[in-house]
Design a protein around this ligand. Structure first.
Ligand code: SAM
Length: 342
């Protein structure tokens, strides 16, 4: 234990967190300008998010991944008078927000949930003592198109395999399928996506490091496989919880995920009696706006560029979004760059 004057406490803690993040140094070194902690005070939706500000923590390149939203999540959670006891991500997929919250300690504990058994296998393996085995499997896989096809075609039902093999093949499939698509039957990355083809998305050392880094903070993370709606119910009466819901969107989800069917209105109903705070991201459709209005939730449109550089509008929904006005310039619709999940 070290005693420091109270005025220095925040600075010392912030330094300690940076040291703690030595965990991310391997990823960090790959960013051209080096990694800096996400600055929440400077959050401005009118400017693209600086890639170097958001560390890539997830081994997935998840479709609909929320790297671009991390600075907004930081602004939200740091607007609380103290870090919330729980950060909940009920529809986690690649869990980009959950991981960043845990690494940065924007909440004391993170609980995340996913229904897809293959995706769940990855989180279970990492958090339940087999991270090293998974990392080694990734390092040892000598990627050629033939080996990929053999590995992925022989067993379509990965759930019949030992958990660590299920996890390995899920990551392999996610990295080499077009757009990281998790729905069955997606084609492989073609030359068009990057001249190097399949290997353009396979960075064994980086992936192994991400996996081992997550294991190092396993005590801050709890993973549940199951229906995210049950997680919402479980924490419904916990006032010191912050919940981020990124459900399969009302359009396009079918193409991207195995579990794309979703009772959207039920999510709004469940969150209207949730005692803690919440933030939902959605596609901008009339229905989503209608449900938000019906339940008296605030809505903010965020203009963002997708990875094909087309400008799209997404919605952020919450009970009270006034923290956004304090940290984000409301003058123009914000433009955020949808960082590619690499
Ligand atoms: C938009 S993606 C989440 C992406 C994530 N925010 C990220 O950064 O990678 C939605 C996820 O919800 C999952 N899902 C669908 N229905 C679910 C349910 N009822 N409970 C839990 N997860 C569900 C899908 O499998 C998919 O992985």
């Amino acid at each position: 234990m070290i005693r420091v004057p109270e005025v220095l406490a925040e600075a010392v803690l912030s330094y300690a967190r940076k040291l703690d993040r030595g965990d991310g140094s391997a990823d960090v070194l790959q960013t051209p300008q080096g990694y800096q902690s996400v600055s929440t005070s400077a959050l401005d939706l009118n400017k693209p998010v600086n890639v170097a500000q958001v560390a890539q923590r997830s081994p997935f390149r998840y479709p609909g991944g929320k790297t671009w939203l991390v600075p907004t999540i930081a602004a939200w959670l740091t607007s609380f008078s103290s870090a919330p006891s729980y950060f909940l991500e009920p529809f986690a997929g690649g869990a980009i927000c959950a991981l960043n919250v845990a690494f940065e300690r924007w909440s004391r504990h993170v609980v995340f949930c996913e229904l897809d058994g293959d995706v769940a296998a990855v989180w279970k393996v990492i958090l339940m003592g087999q991270a090293e085995t998974l990392a080694n499997k990734i390092r040892d896989f000598n990627l050629t198109e033939k080996r990929v096809r053999t590995a992925l075609s022989s067993k379509t039902n990965l759930s019949s395999l030992p958990l660590v093999d299920q996890a390995f093949l899920t990551i392999l499939r996610n990295r080499v399928q077009r757009g990281g698509i998790m729905a069955p039957g997606a084609g492989l990355v073609k030359r068009g996506e990057n001249e190097k083809g399949l290997s353009s998305r396979w960075y064994p050392e980086t992936l192994a490091t991400r996996i081992l880094n997550i294991e190092r903070i396993a005590d801050r993370l709890t993973f549940r496989q199951g229906d995210g709606m049950d997680l919402i119910e479980e924490f419904a009466n916990e006032p010191d919880a912050a919940l981020f819901a990124d459900p399969p969107y009302t359009t396009a989800a079918r193409r991207l995920y195995r579990y794309w069917q979703f009772d959207h209105e039920e999510l709004f109903r469940k969150l209207s009696s949730f005692k803690g705070d919440f933030l939902i991201s959605y596609d901008d459709t009339e229905e989503v706006r209608k449900w938000s209005k019906k339940h008296g939730f605030g809505v903010k449109a965020v203009a963002m560029k997708n990875t094909h550089h087309s400008v799209m509008t997404e919605l952020l929904i919450g009970r009270d979004l006034s923290w956004m006005d304090r940290s984000i310039s409301p003058t123009k619709p914000g433009t955020q760059l949808a960082l590619e999940n690499v």
